[in-house]
Design a binder for this molecule. Structure first.
Ligand code: KIV
Length: 276
């Protein structure tokens, strides 16, 4: 889609990097074209998160997400964006083995989806890989704190970085910034630690359950829209109750069909009518 005067210009990873300490960066996930169209103009960043595995595919964790899934959802989201900077998650097992493996898969994500950057999880142990990608023209967003791909090693989806453990997460964020990441997601850490990391590193921090002082915020779109009636993590604020509304809509449709109230004449064709 070509840019028109009333639509905002495309944002790049460099634009996001330059927003450090300025107006907060707005980020949501998207996995499909229609949702990408809905969030595009309001967001600075759109993340095709590997949360897609749990949100859309019903997987128990993000560990089963594949490159093929990320490519397919990345392509769908790209068709719906013309403003927001688009980042695609590297799935578990696609980058940890070596910088060369990470480059091969990151290059595939960029070539096949048209995304502007990739995101990968991990701190100091991933810094060499991040530098390898950045030096070869791939903008990278880091992700520290609760890293869902490490759920088995972390023993669940618990808050990270309480007490002395905060130093570990700070050191991870510092290492990613030094390696050339253009921004870093801070997930599920104390607000005070989110503020401290934001102060100490020169790249934007994008928080999810990391307090109000980060340079930006990200949430999963389905959580913002209240699509899950039974999932209410503390760090999510719902701005709609679409799950409840759609359950009610489906129940009303089922009742109408069973009572033969639907279709009524307004939703039926007559032999003489002109409407297609
Ligand atoms: O996969 C994802 O959606 C994410 C964000 C929630 C940060 O990594």
């Amino acid at each position: 889609m070509s840019a028109t005067p009333d639509r905002k210009a495309r944002l790049t990873p460099q634009d996001i990097r330059a927003r450090k300490g300025a107006v907060p960066i707005v980020c949501l996930t998207a996995y499909t074209t229609p949702v990408a169209r809905q969030v595009d103009q309001a967001c600075d960043l759109v993340l095709v998160g590997d949360s897609v595995g749990m949100v859309l595919h019903g997987l128990p964790s993000t560990l089963g997400v594949t490159m093929e899934m990320m490519v397919m959802h990345g392509q769908a989201v790209a068709r719906g964006l013309d403003h927001a900077c688009m980042v695609v998650d590297m799935p578990f097992g696609s980058y940890e083995e070596s910088p060369a493996q990470a480059f091969r898969n990151a290059a595939r994500l960029m070539a096949e989806t048209g995304c502007h950057a990739v995101k990968l999880e991990g701190g100091r142990h991933m810094a060499q890989t991040v530098a390898f990608l950045v030096e070869r023209g791939i903008p990278v967003m880091g992700h520290v704190g609760l890293t869902p791909q490490a759920v088995n090693a972390l023993g669940g989806y618990k808050v990270q970085g309480r007490g002395d453990d905060g130093e570990r997460i700070l050191a991870d964020a510092v290492a990613l910034a030094a390696a050339g990441a253009f921004s870093v997601v801070l997930e599920k850490i104390p607000a005070e630690l989110g503020a401290r990391i934001t102060q100490e590193i020169a790249i934007p921090t994008i928080g999810i359950g990391a307090g109000a002082d980060c340079d930006g915020q990200v949430l999963v779109i389905d959580d913002v829209l209240g699509l899950f009636t039974d999932f209410r993590p503390k760090f999510v604020k719902r701005y709609a109750e679409l799950g409840r509304d759609s359950e009610a809509a489906v129940a009303a449709y089922a009742a109408d069909v069973r009572a033969r109230r639907f279709p009524d004449p307004d939703h039926s064709f007559s032999a003489q009518g002109s409407r297609a």
